[in-house]
Design a protein around this ligand. Structure first.
Ligand SMILES: [Zn+2]
Length: 242
């Protein structure tokens, strides 16, 4: 399994860096985790054409995690990627209805289903996406329904926090994973809202240590907050073979 960081900015962009987007490739296919603004342009550059992905999985409905699904639709409708099979689009529970609402605002109610085969994942029910097994874990992210995603090929496992405050689900998501890709948006735990929505670097490390995961990769970190302590940090085009 190979991870390529496409974009790794927090909810506002670090200079020159796209929002959330992580490409996971295996023998069975290519899976994109989140598709925030800028990710489509980066993927086009990486792939040398219209992106070829078998599935996209969206963790939650904050724009920095799904915004580029909209231009993805327009590119397809204007003739790009027509020779490829429709990518699956895995979304949180009730996501089909949510996409219809977004469609009414951004174009047409059916715009997303014209381009993607849309499926809803559910916590506790593994699903198959791009040759991987995908498991969703409920996170704590303000009052919004958000999911961390665990991707495995039966041998190696990647755990992706998406956005979450410290919670038991975050530890379980990362449990014994080969790589824990974890956000660290906050300067400290005091700078969060109520209910909480993100973790600090210190809390990301605490979660990692409690989980038994083998390797930690920090992401979704504001450029103004350096990652201290020698922890690895996601950068665009960083590739990790698991
Ligand atoms: Zn979010």
């Amino acid at each position: 399994m190979k991870l390529t960081v496409v974009g790794c900015s927090p909810a506002w962009p670090n200079p020159g860096i796209s929002h959330s987007g992580y490409l996971v490739e295996g023998e069975g296919g290519r899976l994109l985790l989140d598709c925030g603004p800028g990710v489509l342009a980066d993927l086009r550059q990486l792939d040398g054409g219209w992106p070829k992905v078998d599935a996209i999985a969206v963790t939650h409905w904050h724009l920095d995690h799904f915004g580029d699904l909209v231009p993805w639709v327009w590119g397809h409708i204007f003739g790009l990627g027509l020779e490829d099979a429709m990518p699956e689009l895995w979304v949180p529970p009730r996501g089909v209805a949510q996409l219809t609402e977004f469609g009414k605002l951004f174009g047409t109610p059916d715009m997303f289903e014209r381009v993607f085969t849309i499926r809803e994942y559910k916590e506790g029910e593994p699903c198959a996406a791009a040759g991987f097994e995908l498991n969703a874990y409920r996170m704590l992210h303000y009052a919004l329904e958000s999911y961390g995603l665990r991707v495995t090929d039966g041998d190696r496992t990647l755990a992706y926090s998406a956005d979450s405050a410290p919670c038991d689900g975050l530890v379980e998501l990362a449990r014994d994973a080969d790589l824990f890709l974890c956000e660290a948006t906050l300067a400290d735990s005091e700078s969060d809202a109520k209910p909480r929505g993100h973790v600090s670097l210190e809390e990301a490390v605490e979660t990692f240590e409690a989980s038994g995961a083998k390797r930690l990769l920090i992401t979704h970190r504001p450029g103004e907050l350096p990652v201290v302590g020698g922890w690895e940090q996601a950068t665009p085009r960083l590739q990790i073979e698991l």
